[in-house]
Write a protein that binds this ligand. Structure first.
Ligand code: CU
Length: 480
């Protein structure tokens, strides 16, 4: 059998990384200090290198990935059992590997802002981390991209980490890891998005005087996939009637929040950002901000051939979907629009928190300055773009209430590194018991979360939309 282009590319990649390995510099520890060639073998090795992703026959993407693919391998770890991860960078740019949702020290969290040392170009770095908490986490590049859409989280550098615990997640027949993705990003002055999905309550934070200056360029995409395949080109999920599927969903987009559904079926949401929710809910569709995860159980009780994908037709038909096929069925795959609902985190909560009330409050106001950075918008927290000086100082052991007032016309998926927060209020609607590391703050809306300052060291807080983060929408929490 002759080799096709893809095989040749694979072979090419292999030869390259083999040669590159021979001229790699000495190892460095996660704090940046050099070590002799390590005697203990790593539990996991990640190679950062160029990859080709064949979404379908007409969309072959050249990007940077992990271990020859994008997404990278699903890394399964055991809660509390330390692991060694070697990261080998076969590219010419410094990289950061961030472990999203893990409670780990800043030196290994994988961001420049927190002082994690980079994985040098053509270099390697060894990380020792203790995985936790239990649940769906992920790893991805945290490099800045600015106006270069071939860097950072625009690349294929993303993958799931699943931290297993002692308890079982309940009965299921198939477990699938599904990352929602867009590719081939480009700049545009006409961005259409789904932000109206985020309002189930009143609009609380709309300024009386709106800045109506024309917007700067934003990032968009017309090419989508779930994992590495566009709708219709990958293997279907093959099921039998009566089965239960456990789907681990991740919105790995650097660009947009996303709503998805499985036609003909409902999804029971059992965890958000990897953490079990107090009140599971069975819904027709679900909404994931950039960076968010969700575990859902689906009962296979409606034989046929169905599409699981983005509820936006244009996005789904441009690749964001896959086919779910019951045994013995032969018809065309079917899509059915789910009823329109607004996303409401508070449905998954309970009435009272297990935690003591916070003793201090941090207020944040988010603003957008149209074309504040020349061609691009800039983003302000409390009137300033990053870096802030000493605004967000934490005292260890104190429980804080963080009030996020979004005075912009976009919904922003806000993420705090190295901490878990508990949702308290979304647009004035109270909740408790939902533990997350991210939250989508509705446009002109408000989100309130509580967290305990129990992770000393710098902690990055930012919008998970890469362009927003790069142009000012981030801040560091410091410990006094
Ligand atoms: Cu944002």
């Amino acid at each position: 059998m002759s080799l096709n282009r893809r095989d040749l590319l694979k072979l090419g990649g292999f030869t390259l990384s083999g040669a590159a390995a021979k001229r790699l510099p000495s190892w460095t520890q996660s704090d940046g200090s050099p070590v002799a060639f390590p005697s203990r073998k790593a539990d996991y090795t990640l190679h950062i290198s160029p990859v080709t992703v064949e979404l379908d026959r007409s969309h072959i993407i050249s990007t940077i990935g992990y271990n020859g693919s994008a997404p990278g391998p699903v890394l399964r770890m055991q809660e509390g059992k330390p692991v060694i991860v070697d990261v080998i960078n076969d590219t010419d740019t410094a990289e950061f590997v961030h472990w999203h949702g893990m409670l780990i020290p800043p030196e290994i969290d994988g961001t420049e802002e927190e002082g994690s040392p980079p994985v040098p170009p053509r270099g390697r770095r060894r990380f020792q981390l203790t995985p936790g908490p239990v649940g769906s986490r992920w790893y991805h590049s945290h490099a800045m991209a600015m106006d270069d859409l071939r860097k950072g989280s625009y690349t294929g550098q993303f993958g799931f980490v699943y931290v297993d615990g002692k308890s079982e997640p309940g009965r299921y027949d198939q477990e699938l890891f599904l990352a929602l993705r867009d590719w081939e990003p480009f700049f545009t002055s006409t961005m259409e998005d789904n932000d109206d999905d985020t309002h189930s309550g009143p609009i609380l934070e709309k300024p009386t005087i709106l800045n109506t200056d024309p917007n700067g360029l934003e990032v968009n995409s017309m090419t989508y996939s779930i994992n590495d395949k566009a709708l219709g080109s990958g293997e279907p999920i093959r099921v039998r009637q009566g089965q239960r599927l456990l789907l681990h969903l991740l919105n790995a987009s650097a660009i947009e929040n996303r709503r998805i559904a499985l036609a003909g079926h409902k999804m029971t949401v059992i965890s958000l950002d990897g953490n079990t929710v107090p009140t599971p809910q069975t819904l027709d569709s679900v909404f994931l901000g950039s960076g968010e995860r969700m575990d859902v159980i689906v009962e296979m009780n409606n034989p046929g051939i169905w599409i699981l994908g983005a509820t936006e037709q244009i996005v789904r038909e441009a690749g964001l979907g896959l086919i779910v096929e019951y045994a013995g069925q032969h018809q065309q795959p079917r899509w059915v629009d789910p009823p329109k609902i607004h996303w409401d985190y508070t449905l998954f909560g309970t009435t009272a928190s297990n935690m003591p009330p916070p003793s201090q409050t941090i207020e944040m106001i988010f603003e957008k300055i149209p074309r504040g950075m020349g061609k691009f918008n800039s983003w302000l927290i409390n009137g300033k773009p990053y870096p802030h000086k000493q605004e967000f100082l934490l005292q260890q052991g104190i429980r804080y209430r963080l009030i996020m007032r979004n005075r912009t016309d976009d919904a922003h998926p806000m993420h705090l590194h190295r901490h878990l927060w508990e949702l308290v209020e979304i647009n004035g609607k109270k909740t408790a018991g939902i533990l997350k590391d991210s939250v989508v703050v509705p446009y002109f809306g408000r989100a309130i979360v509580d967290f305990t300052a129990d992770q000393p060291g710098l902690s990055l807080f930012h919008c998970h939309i890469q362009q927003h983060m790069d142009y000012g929408f981030k801040a560091l929490f410091r410990y006094a």
